[in-house]
Design a protein around this ligand. Structure first.
Ligand SMILES: [Zn+2]
Length: 450
């Protein structure tokens, strides 16, 4: 097995993937809080970790990929209140949209998609354990994590206690023993339309404890890869990590893998781009192929701009793959392919470098275009398959209608008589009918105009 390394936010280094059991990997990536339709920024971790799973699977690992849905959260109560609907209905609607929108990316589903609302018993048990071990305390129906009791606090986000702000504002400030503490459970408040019973009173969980409980329940402790956007490192992941380790004395995860943000630069943004920031609109506007290539064109750790230039480049790159497909034949690839295939997989093994892997695939395309005769597609198909793009090589078998076929025959006759003017006129006529003439090694072909 090829060694796989991944950048780990906790150590700050690129580290080897070391599994608990040989050949098995658990991946947990924080999913969306379902208070609105998801946008390109929410889609990025879905794409990164779905593709990571495909890559690990291609390397022989058995992967369990868990992506949760946060369906109990302050943002949901606020959005439901503003929309005049109950929060359960809003969360259920937005969960359905999230599933449908991400389904269109054609990456399959994560293996498990737990809902916070379905994990309440596990959440309550985890909080009870933290209280028993002295890391948490109840106060007027709320429960808080006592940050100073946990000596390793700050190790993931590399911050000192004096720089810690949980972002909870004034909420619970009078009940916290220390302003550093964060909420594990919030007592039921008027205006909140969901609540669950717990030993310290009716209420609902805080965001961070939801993920600890869901991850532990499905992957156990010390699992291989915990992922999410870099905006979640603090406080969300710092707190997840503190809760699980304080409760069990074991790390939650071995590698903490964070993707960079998607940036919308106002000055570089056309109006059309702004309108397509929601995933379903982007899928309508650019199609899933261009979006997958767009995401792969940036290294997952780096921020990526969402702008016309990058989307146009992605569309052009999709066209390059579709184009080369016309000269490929099923079967083994030529000898020049092996080093490029190797470079492709090495790039992904070295901190999941998708832009470097794509560059190897494009080099493959250049070689294929240079090569005479038919080129076996096997290696490129395998490479693109890892990025969920092998469909680009499936040349649609669209046959031209009889009218176009007749014009093509007429054009051939004109060319045979060296009547170039007539041949060109027929080519234009065909174009108007939606067919382009390609003069390939096997004679002229009619290709649908893109
Ligand atoms: Zn989370």
């Amino acid at each position: 097995m090829r060694e796989i390394t991944i950048h780990d936010t906790l150590s700050g280094d690129v580290r080897p993937l070391e599994t608990r059991e040989p050949g098995r990997v658990g991946v947990y990536a924080c999913g969306p809080t379902v208070y609105g339709r998801i946008h390109i920024g929410n889609a990025r971790p879905f794409v990164v970790f779905s593709l990571l799973k495909r890559f690990l699977t291609s390397q022989g690992y058995e992967v369990t990929f868990v992506a949760n849905v946060t369906d109990v959260n302050d943002k949901i109560y606020a959005a439901a209140g503003a929309a005049g609907v109950d929060s359960e209905t809003l969360a259920a609607d937005m969960t359905a949209h999230y599933i449908a929108d991400t389904e269109r990316l054609g990456l399959g589903r994560p293996d498990r998609e737990p809902l916070a609302s379905e994990t309440i018993p596990e959440i309550v048990a985890l909080i009870e354990r933290l209280i028993e071990r002295g890391y948490a305390y109840a106060a007027d129906g709320d429960v808080y994590f006592a940050v100073r009791k946990y000596e390793r606090y700050g190790e993931l986000s590399h911050r000192r206690l004096e720089d810690v702000d949980q972002g909870e504002g004034k909420e619970g400030a009078d009940r916290k023993r220390d302003p550093l503490d964060f909420a594990l459970w919030k007592a039921h408040k008027p205006g909140e339309d969901t609540a669950w019973d717990a030993p310290w009173g009716r209420g609902r969980p805080g965001w961070h404890i939801e993920c600890s409980a869901m991850a532990e329940a499905l992957l156990g402790l010390d699992f291989e890869i915990h992922g999410g956007g870099s905006d979640l490192v603090f406080p969300h992941h710092e707190n997840e990590m503190a809760q699980s380790r304080a409760a069990h004395g074991l790390p939650l995860a071995r590698l903490w893998m964070h993707n960079g943000m998607v940036r919308l630069a106002e000055e570089k943004m056309s109006k059309s781009i702004g309108n397509t920031f929601l995933l379903h609109n982007a899928l309508d506007a650019y199609g899933r192929d261009a979006l997958i290539v767009y995401f792969c064109s940036g290294h997952y750790r780096q921020p990526i701009e969402f702008d016309d230039e990058r989307l146009a480049a992605a569309a052009a790159n999709v066209a390059r793959f579709r184009e080369v497909a016309r000269k490929l034949v099923p079967g083994a690839s030529p000898a020049w392919s092996a080093p490029l295939r190797d470079e492709f997989f090495t790039a992904l093994a070295e901190d999941f470098n998708t832009p470097r892997a794509l560059a190897a695939a494009f080099e493959w395309v250049r070689e294929a275009n240079r090569a005479g005769g038919d080129v076996g597609d096997a290696d490129l198909r395998e490479m693109l398959g890892v990025l969920a793009l092998s469909n680009l090589l499936d040349v649609e078998d669209v046959s031209a209608p009889a009218e176009a076929q007749a014009l093509l025959t007429e054009r051939e006759a004109a060319r045979a008589q060296r009547d170039w003017g007539r041949a060109d006129a027929i080519r234009d006529e065909l174009r108007d009918l939606g067919w382009e003439v390609r003069d390939g090694g096997a004679g002229p072909e009619l290709i649908p105009v893109p």
